[in-house]
Design a protein around this ligand. Sequence first.
Ligand code: 13P
Length: 251
Amino acid sequence: MRKKIVAGNWKMNTTKPDGVELAKAVAAGASKVPAGVGLIVAPPFTHLCAVGKALAGSGVELSAQNCADHEKGAYTGEVSVDMLKAVGCQWTILGHSERRQYYGETDEKLVEKVRLALAGGLGVILCVGENLEEREAGKHFDVCSAQVKNVLYNFTAEDMKKVVIAYEPVWAIGTGKTATAEQAEEIHAHIRKVLADKFGAEVADDTTILYGGSCKPSNAKELFAQPDIDGGLIGGAALKADDFIQIALSF
Ligand code: 13P
């Protein structure tokens, strides 16, 4: 049985004091969330350590939002997998559309990042999703399959045990415009089929696929009721502990 997960991507929001306060509120709310639902928060690098401490004992797991595509060395401004592990991270988000769009993150780079993250013992939340132009041109299925194949087809069924996929249609991120439950479900089912083609039905069935893009308490229930939607990667609504916990109670 694949795991249900609600993950909060804080993006470039919160200072360390704000982040610690938010983490404490999430940790307090986590006791209301059923054990079968995994909670993850992904604060900025600068307060991973402090947030990790604030989450201690709550069961809420800690994620980075990115990692370097090299193990160590002369890569000014980058943060390695080892560094993330050492401050208590269990996960890293990779391939977020904001990184693809603004920081030139390519599928080739992502292969390297996923390889390093898995080798270093981090779970990976790999983001895929089409932009508005691609959706309007009817290319959304192809874009998502290509992103999944270009990155994950380089890995093994064993590796897939540590990989979660997040489908985030770019046109729905931070826009207040959510994909309908049907639009999201058909892509999730498609991604699962793309996984089954390479890794077999069992791996595809066991892989958690999250929806992201203006997911909030008012729409989470309908989205999470879909058979192939296993939770959410939450942006804006993850900055309010009550909303984040409410979303996690929407299964
Ligand atoms: P919003 O929930 O703010 O639309 O952001 C979604 C997202 O990008 C999560 O990674």
